[in-house]
Write a protein that binds this ligand. Sequence first.
Ligand SMILES: [Zn+2]
Ligand SMILES: [Zn+2]
Length: 126
Amino acid sequence: MGDLSENLSRIETSCKCDCGFAVADYQTVIMFEQARAFNGNKPVSPNSWCRCYKYNEVVQLRDNKNYIPGSSKSEHMLGTACDFPASDPKGLYDYFDNLYPDSCGLGLYENFVHFDCRKNKARWVG
Ligand SMILES: [Zn+2]
Ligand SMILES: [Zn+2]
């Protein structure tokens, strides 16, 4: 039992650098529960949710070869994005794309799906 939703606790959404930033957006929490159900209700914890500016820079420089320092507008810095480790990333990506055809950010990666609850629509393959 989590303290944010049935299966999610605030500590799991906090910035991994231990700065204490942990303002998980409610709509993204709902998406987390949808992703978890789609994934077969297996116990799962987000790879990454909230990121402070400093930690987001660390992640961008690590994961993105062509990253220009300071250029990220990641939704993770707003607490509105979740990187969800999925057993079937393409399946989960398609599920959300069907559920939110005109909104949300969805990123398809090898082992996880990035989702965020932005109002406009954004899609990418990482
Ligand atoms: Zn931090
Ligand atoms: Zn992400």
